[in-house]
Design a protein around this ligand. Structure first.
Ligand code: P6P
Length: 335
């Protein structure tokens, strides 16, 4: 007697659950000529995320907090967990077939990976291993952000526009550990079930609100924002918006993705090109936001259309609900 799959689940008394792994495998199988290498890469990112989440949960008990006394290529003081997360990602990705090049916020140069090719696609993986790590000592949210490009010829194919990403996403380490992913077929959310040790899909094809009443920006820099930004923020305050800012891009963007509104890091006196990095912060977030029906701009053009000059270049960022972002862009144009 054959039982339809749909009838089996109630028999087992379990809700049907799809893991990150099975989701990615089924998506990759829809790509012509797939080799499974992209699934392998996302599997490595998931293992790194689970390991980082475990270390974060014990931070303070384990001696992993605080600075290590060195600076990264950005001139930012490195936290111990920045280095731990970075080494972990490089180690896991460096042994995955299909990874040709690795780029990290923590490393000045690109890393060439010499795994023997298995004849499948080869990729460049760029990441910010622990975004917002200054929040660690105060128990705040942090995240990992990643961007994946086709790179059959290695390094010469890393500096592509964000439009060419084949996958992008982030991990938010907060009240729960949330893996948010797009491979160009919509935005999907997975939550780490620590009892099972797997990321379980909780939402598919997320669509963000067309507008929102939350703005997210470091207002301490407001005096040096270009005029259009200042006008927009004054309009938000007059309209009774709420201001929310975690100081970690992953946490602030996740809030906008779920609740709508706008996140921005405008040009400032200290950072005339903005502070956020194009290749492993702005581009992946822009792909996710556009895939969820929102907008992501440098203030002058879509982030995903910007042709990069170098791996660590910075860019102003305005992203979120189309209604909010368009209203700001209109003011920037008329300023
Ligand atoms: P500020 C964290 O250092 C980060 O790179 C992003 O995660 C975050 O959005 C931004 O910088 C915060 O910068 O100048 O407001 O502290």
């Amino acid at each position: 007697m054959s039982i339809p799959a749909s009838a089996v689940i109630p028999l087992l008394g379990q809700p049907s659950f799809v893991t990150l792994q099975s989701h990615v495998l089924s998506e990759e199988r829809r790509q012509p000529g797939h080799s499974g290498n992209l699934s392998w890469i996302i599997s490595a990112l998931a293992i790194a995320a689970k390991t980082i989440a475990a270390r974060l949960k014990n931070a303070g008990i384990e001696d992993v907090l605080g600075e290590i006394g060195t600076q990264n290529v950005q001139g930012e003081r490195q936290q111990k967990l920045d280095v731990i997360a970075n080494h972990l990602l490089i180690q896991l990705l460096g042994t995955r077939e299909g990874v040709a090049v690795i780029g990290s916020e923590e490393n000045d140069e690109l890393l060439l990976v010499e795994t023997e090719a298995n004849g499948g696609q080869r990729y460049a993986v760029l990441f910010d291993p622990l975004d917002g790590s200054a929040n660690l000592d105060v128990g705040g949210s942090v995240g990992t952000i990643f961007s994946i490009f086709d790179a059959p010829k290695g390094t010469e194919q890393v500096l592509q526009t964000g439009r060419r990403q084949v996958a992008a996403g982030y991990v938010l380490y907060s009240s729960s550990t949330i893996f948010v992913l797009t491979t160009g077929l919509g935005v999907h959310l997975f939550v780490l079930d620590t009892a099972v040790g797997a990321f379980i899909r909780v939402q598919q094809h997320l669509r963000m609100p067309a507008s929102g009443t939350i703005y997210s920006v470091n207002e301490a820099n407001a005096a040096s924002f270009p005029p259009g930004y200042q006008t927009y923020l004054a309009q938000c305050r007059d309209a009774g918006f709420s201001s929310r800012y975690a100081g970690a891009m992953v946490a602030d963007v996740h809030r906008v993705l779920i609740k709508g509104g706008v996140f921005m890091y405008p040009p400032t006196a200290k950072a005339p090109q903005g502070k956020l990095r194009l290749m492993y912060e702005a581009n992946p977030m822009a792909m996710l936001i556009e895939q969820a029906g929102g907008m992501a701009s440098t203030g002058r053009q879509p982030i995903l259309d910007l042709v990069p000059d170098e791996l660590h270049q910075r860019v102003p960022v305005v992203l979120g609900s189309t209604g909010n972002v368009q209203a700001l862009l209109d003011l920037l144009k008329s300023a």
